[in-house]
Design a protein around this ligand. Structure first.
Ligand code: PNS
Length: 163
């Protein structure tokens, strides 16, 4: 069975993430979307909220599972007996960071964990969770960035009524 982990902060999940999840799910028997529980960051959504949002957003893709993890990705992947990480690449600006992470994870796992990259579709190349939060914090339109139920939850966090 071909399984892969798609890790990330997903704060919040965007159409760009969902596109990667859909495409990865077509190429693997199981995709585990794994939300990092990073105690050093102050996210907009708690890890439980992010997991629930992702579960709702991927409910129609049967081979997608959503979990959270903390600590090192290599340890988490080992605990799930998974040897492949999926990440999206939007632009050259992502490349250095992603390459460094992929190489570090390969080293830490003694070469038992590989990373595979999906090129982000052009229409989502500009999208990031950070820009979604910034736009929403000023009451701007995020309907082209996230599903409607997510945009409602984001606006609620910033004290706005549904747009
Ligand atoms: O969505 P993000 O914030 O770009 O995802 C980054 C993530 C979660 C993939 C990365 O920060 C990660 O794997 N963190 C877990 C800690 C870890 O294993 N660090 C070593 C890799 S260099």
């Amino acid at each position: 069975m071909k399984r892969a982990i798609y890790p990330g902060s997903f704060d919040p999940v965007t159409y760009g993430h969902l596109d990667i999840i859909e495409r990865a799910a077509k190429n693997f028997d199981e995709i585990i979307v794994s939300v990092l529980n990073n105690k050093t960051k102050t996210p907009l959504f708690s890890v439980e909220e992010r997991v629930n949002i992702l579960k709702e957003a991927t409910k129609d893709i049967p081979n997608v599972k959503v979990e959270s993890f903390s600590g090192l990705l290599v340890d988490y992947a080992k605990s799930r007996d998974v040897h492949l990480i999926v990440r999206g690449l939007r632009a050259i600006t992502d490349f250095e960071y992603e390459l460094q992470n992929a190489q570090t994870n390969a080293l830490l796992s003694k070469e038992s964990l590989d990373t595979i990259f999906f090129a982000t579709r052009l229409e989502y190349a500009y999208l990031s969770s950070s820009s979604v939060k910034e736009i929403a914090s000023f009451g701007g339109d995020i309907s082209m960035c996230v599903p409607e139920f997510v945009s409602k939850l984001v606006y609620e966090k910033f004290g706005y009524e549904k747009k």
